[in-house]
Design a protein around this ligand. Structure first.
Ligand SMILES: [Zn+2]
Length: 369
């Protein structure tokens, strides 16, 4: 494949129906769980899962060793929000640009739905938990009844105690040195971290972006099988809808190395097999805007293409109505400023609720069909 000097095009791999690609898109989910998702018809949009030969580099690097079914406790809440497991993970070795060092996970015992929030300090736990409680109660129509956590200061402060009393929420504090009592949350956090490591190591992404990887992992795990549920993903158990996974490659957050800003985009054409070389950083990027992004993708859904380069190029030409170049060296005078810039802080504030589904009606409708 020959590129014009000075121009770097993001090609989209269209041999995209392979099992390996979906293994990677789903956070290096093991093949038996992938097969289960498909055979039990637990998600919409997953192609046939075939046997895979060879070793996956991401799995090796991330030391992914999850079984198809992690062991789960047998007793289980019978209604959503009856029991929430909560756990703070951190401090992480690398602080993000938005100065996040911790993440807080909340797991619904009944549906195994996960939510994740990113924190700078542990003292933010109470305010974040209040926000979480308000959102999920409104969303689900259920009331949060019991909270299980460890005895970390963040959960045992006077303010936290008072809040629980005020709202009539029962506390279950686990006994120190018996992690099995808080097992669901601890095990899940390990799974989240493992998956995030696989994603980052395979794509050689700087650990500065761990928030993105953790957020993605939680989003994926809500759409993966768990032993605690029969023939359903946590997403379906919580929302009553089967999750679609076609959109997993439709929206992107692009990081601009020069400005340190993130662009939220749905209109990019990608090479899913490539990774950015953080050491040389010499490439220039070309952003290709496709007005009918979803149609462009749909048009190629059924077709298979042997040559990644060929397929990527034809797709670019056929579906682009506007192409503009965004070179790394271009200064602030660059006239091709994207419509919407977001700072990382803003992005991370918004990315904590992983239950969010397609934003437009047509997309949701299409996935349900
Ligand atoms: Zn893998």
């Amino acid at each position: 494949m020959k590129l014009q000097p000075g121009i770097h095009i993001a090609y989209k791999a269209s041999v995209c129906h392979s099992t390996t690609l979906w293994h990677r898109r789903l956070g290096h989910l093991n093949i038996s769980s992938l097969r289960l998702l498909q055979e039990q018809d637990m998600v919409a949009g997953l192609p046939e899962i075939k046997a895979v030969k060879g070793v996956c580099e991401g799995c090796v690097l991330g030391k992914q060793c999850r079984e198809a079914f992690p062991r789960e406790a047998t007793t289980k809440a019978s209604t959503p929000l009856e029991l929430i497991h909560s756990y703070v993970c951190g401090p992480m070795q690398t602080t993000t640009k938005a100065r996040n060092r911790y993440f807080l996970t909340s797991i619904d015992d009944c549906t195994r739905t996960h939510w994740v929030f990113f924190l700078m300090h542990k003292y933010e736990v109470l305010s974040v938990f209040k926000r979480f409680k308000a959102i999920v109660e409104l969303q689900s129509g259920y009331k949060l009844k019991k909270l299980r956590s460890d005895r970390g200061e963040e959960y045992t402060s006077m303010e936290f105690d008072r809040f629980c009393e005020d709202v009539g929420m029962e506390r279950q504090l686990t006994t120190p040195y018996t992690p099995q009592q808080n097992g669901v949350a601890e095990r899940k956090n390990r799974t989240i971290v493992e998956m995030a490591k696989c994603l980052m190591l395979e794509k050689k992404i700087s650990f500065e972006f761990w928030v993105e990887a953790v957020n993605t992992s939680v989003y994926i795990l809500n759409r993966c099988p768990t032993k605690a549920l029969l023939k359903k993903t946590p997403f379906e158990a919580y929302s009553g809808r089967k999750p679609g996974i076609k959109h997993l490659r439709k929206g992107y957050r692009l990081y601009n190395i020069e400005t340190g800003k993130v662009i939220v985009s749905r209109d990019d054409v990608f090479n899913e097999d490539a990774c950015w070389d953080w050491n040389t950083q010499e490439e220039k990027s070309v952003r290709i805007q496709i007005t009918e992004a979803s149609e462009g993708e749909q048009g190629h859904e059924g077709s298979s293409c042997d040559s990644v380069a060929q397929c990527g190029a034809s797709e670019v030409l056929s579906s682009s109505t506007e192409i503009y170049y965004q070179e790394r060296m271009a200064g602030p005078q660059d006239i091709n400023t994207p419509l919407k810039y977001k700072s990382l802080v803003e992005v991370y504030e918004k990315c904590n609720l992983c239950i969010i589904e397609p934003e437009i009606f047509e997309e949701a409708n299409e996935e349900e069909a």
